[in-house]
Ligand binder design. Sequence first.
Ligand code: ME8
Length: 666
Amino acid sequence: MNKFYVTTPIYYVNSHPHLGHLYTTLIADTVARYKRQRGFDTFYLTGTDEHGVNIERAAENAGLPVKQHVDGIVNEFKTAFSSYEFTNDHWVRTTDDYHKRGVRQLWQRMKENGYIYKGKYEGWYCSNCNEFYLEAEAGAAPDGTLNCPVHERPLDRIAEESYFFKLSAFQNRLLELYETNPNFIRPESRRNEVMSFVRGGLNDQSISRVSVKWGIPVPDDPEHTIYVWFDALSNYITAIGYGNDQFGGEEHYKKYWPADLQLVGKDILRFHTVYWPAFLMAAGLELPRTVFAHGMWLSGGRKMSKTLGNVIDLAVLQKYFQTDAVRYFCLREMVFGQDGDFTYEALLDRVNADLASGLGNLASRTLTMVKNYCDGEIPAPGEANAELKDHANEVREAVAQAFAVFDREFDQYNFSRGLEAAWSAMARVDKFISDAKPWDLAKQPNGREALNLVLHTASETLRHLAVLLVPVLPVSTQAIWEQLGESGQVSEVAPATLKWGGSSLRGAGARIGEIKPIFPRLEKKKIMDEIKQDESASQAARSAENAPIVEAAPGIAYINIEDFTRVELRVGEIKTAAPVPKADKLLCFTVDVGEPQPRQILAGIAQYYEPEKLIGRKVIVVTNLAPRKLRGLESQGMILAASIGEEGRPVLAGFLEEVPNGAKLK
Ligand code: ME8
């Protein structure tokens, strides 16, 4: 039997679960279900990444022993995921004992093979990323220190004894791997990105810390703990029995490794396609077959982040949307591999259009007609006229086509296209029903044969679609299966064993089950209003945690620090300035705000400043204001000025000391 091993990243327990985590896990679940249904001996792994200085600090802040703190967050993840019908075979935790044993064994193998050595490391370290940055990569903070390019918080200068991994020795082997195995990194655009990074040269990597206590001690040198990424990446082999007796150990590991599909977000691609294969090469182990980097869910066009307050809350999602609706939306809406914007409006529209009016409606109209016109028994196909028979055959062919396309696309992880194929078969049968008008046939004295053919064809389409769609819609397809009067688990029916007409072979007297709505239509406006209320309640709860200690004076609406941090203010330098034709008040500037290209910004200060005198001046720019057009010109930010007197004379804000362009104000 062919095997299939699929993994997700293991999630950091330093933040709470959100839609992004759910997404990767549900993609992996769909793939695992899809493979199982097609006869693969499948192993599906997910889990949590629980070591590192951040987690130690978070526990300290919470006043809890670290293990107790992480147990709480792991539970939160498991609870948040529990209503999505995930079928993971295991949940790995990096604090599990068997994992620690496996990590140490991997370390020892790499060391014996000469790829780990002891040295001294000095560099700029971000404790949020758990990564060192080169000075060139870091941003300058206003006080002259360096900022993490991701978190925009000061980097720590760390000098310590450290173990190093000889990553530099693997540059050629990695390039050869990418070239000879085009499927190792997918999609293609990501592969090119990684190849150019590796071509740029690889430095040896520090893989231990003496400053971090909450980690796995280095074998024979317990002053050091193993770098969290080394620890975390190893989970993919330790969880299936490498270096320990988990699931029987070695034999189980050998059965499933190498992984067939490692799903990751594009944010952690480099770790999985440069470090991870190099570690495995260094230990003499096989390499995963495919690392697939999917895109990110954005919210309001921006990366989801707690600071911006735009994270999609899983509790809200679960309150208003059925399991299958969320699963379907995530797979259908986002082109796998690209970024996608998440909005509740789009989710509601998809559910209503594709699930309520599509699959749900097909199920209820077909079953209701079987109940009303055929006494609840799915009829055998009747001997209808040639034209109707041709149309019924076309429906059958459309279903066969949907099966072929669905598999072809899912094998390539093109989920959204696979689903489109199923929905086009649905559209075909809908048209067949509408054209044949079974409600009229039922009234005609000689319409019985035609009616039977229509309802047989519709029921068979439904039965086939239930089998096809079970990896994506596990709950509703089972409901459809039971309402059709079928027994057992639809997920256990292999598509290859399905036969058209199978339902009429269920034996005389077999009846459909009780008809219940599968996807009730959602009232968009009402639900959107409720969601907004829930979101502002949770926003208020969050704000209350940071509530100011003074009462607002009359006339002052206090904001909290989160509100303030939503406005991005940066130092800019005016590079060019010119009047705008036919606009007395406007000047058009290009301003260097520390980005590769200067921004074009318009300001209504022409009556008070001569443009040429402003060149070289340092100003404060709001850099995250949505661009807008003024007199046909796009303004990509706002320059701050005091507004004086009744006429509102502008006085540009500036600095008395030297400041670098792009420095953030906070
Ligand atoms: O990086 N859209 O953990 P993490 C889509 N512990 N997916 C998203 C997402 C978004 N907006 N946000 C997060 C870590 N994800 C490490 C991994 S693996 C050996 C160690 C998903 O909790 C996506 O899969 O930050 C991303 O790669 C992962 O969560 C990052 O999870």
